[in-house]
Design a protein around this ligand. Structure first.
Ligand SMILES: C[S@@+](CC[C@H](N)C(=O)[O-])C[C@H]1O[C@@H](n2cnc3c(N)ncnc32)[C@H](O)[C@@H]1O
Length: 348
């Protein structure tokens, strides 16, 4: 075969290990390395560049998708839930698949198209789920809706996105970096009282006062906090007074909570979830099924409150009496499943 027929050669990195995320050809194309992926998953880990869908069995058992239905996956991500749904839809069914992430959405779209699904069964929408009403104008009443809230493993793994305190990168934290303010830009202008409120209200950060003071002191000195490492170091310095025996673990938890709190703020995650929950009943067909998977008590509280009050108003005929959790087996093989809370509702 000529070089032209083989297509362009992959640009190789120097040395034995990829140095940057962009060099990591396996992580960026896990579907081409199925043996490696399988091995990593058997070890209870998530292969980089992939997302392991959570509570798939529980969600599919509840949604009861049947051929010919029209539904929405409001948080496409890696497309794992969508893929299971797509298997149940033909003939004549249609899945609207939405994600706000302009980088991961086309990758997932390409992956699902390569698996043989086309425009007859799936429509991709780069949209925020707070705009669910706009999709319904096109789709008509929906027979089922799934929302799997939060971030995907691909977003966390990519240092450019700034989601992880463990990897150095720009302090961005936006699900859609083409719009709004990054976390770094927010920290430059946020008032101390507001920052303290964000850390406490969004993530129950117990050390919110000292961390706020440390961030504000750096900014007052003209030291910008523009990378994930800057923020992690600032939190570490602020908590240096903690007892040595528990300090390391406490700092790790505070980093997790502070990054999460800022992520919720820059993406207005509670605000868009409230809009989604408010609009939801108006886009559902009679007897439509809704499943929402959340990973944060603030999100679960909102879902629970909305489902319960709309059930009292007779808009939902039935709602999950309790949270559904991932099975022990799933939690063992995918630790992220441990914090998942699934709730469902059925439209009257
Ligand atoms: C946990 S992942 C979903 C994983 C997916 N269920 C799967 O099986 O691969 C969450 C996804 O929701 C997206 N997302 C979060 N908030 C969103 C919003 N308000 N509107 C649309 N997509 C959102 C994120 O960009 C991310 O891709």
């Amino acid at each position: 075969m000529s070089d032209e027929a083989k297509g362009p050669r992959r640009v190789r990195y120097n040395g034995t290990h990829p140095k940057t995320f962009k060099d990591k050809y396996k992580e960026l194309n896990p579907e081409n390395y199925l043996e490696d992926v399988e091995k990593i998953m058997q070890q209870g880990k998530t292969p980089a560049g992939m997302h392991r869908s959570i509570c798939v069995t529980e969600i599919m058992e509840f949604l009861k998708v049947v051929p010919g239905q029209v539904g929405l996956d409001a948080t496409l991500g890696y497309g794992g839930h969508s893929l299971e749904i797509l298997k149940c839809l033909p003939p004549h069914g249609m899945l609207y698949a939405m994600d706000v992430d302009p980088f991961e959405l086309p990758r997932t779209e390409a992956r699902l198209l390569a698996l043989g699904f086309g425009e007859k069964e799936i429509v991709f929408k780069k949209m925020n789920f707070s705009e669910i009403d706009k999709v319904a104008l096109e789709s008509g009443p929906l027979d089922f809706v799934l929302a799997d809230l939060g971030v995907s493993s691909m977003q966390i793994d990519n240092p450019e996105r700034g989601f992880s305190f463990k990897i150095d990168g720009p302090l961005d934290l936006r699900l859609n970096p083409t719009t709004g303010k990054s976390a770094a830009a927010l920290l430059k202008i946020i008032a101390p009282r507001k920052l303290a409120e964000v850390l406490y209200e969004n993530s129950d950060e117990p050390h919110y006062e000292v961390i706020t003071l440390a961030i504000m002191a750096k900014i007052a000195e003209g030291i910008a906090i523009t990378t994930t490492t800057h923020l992690r170091e600032t939190i570490t310095e602020a908590l240096v007074y903690l007892p040595e025996a528990t300090r390391k673990e406490e700092i790790k938890k505070s980093c997790q909570r502070c990054f999460q709190a800022l992520r919720i703020e820059v993406n207005n995650e509670f605000g868009v979830l409230d809009s989604f929950l408010e609009k939801l009943p108006y886009v559902l067909a009679p007897n439509a099924r809704v499943a929402i998977l959340s990973f944060h008590s603030g999100e679960d509280r909102r879902v629970k409150k909305s489902f319960q009050s709309l059930s009292r108003a007779g808009i939902y005929s039935e709602v999950a009496p309790d949270i559904i959790r991932a099975s022990a087996d799933e939690c063992y093989t995918n630790p992220r499943a441990r914090s998942a809370k699934l709730r469902w509702a059925i439209k009257s």
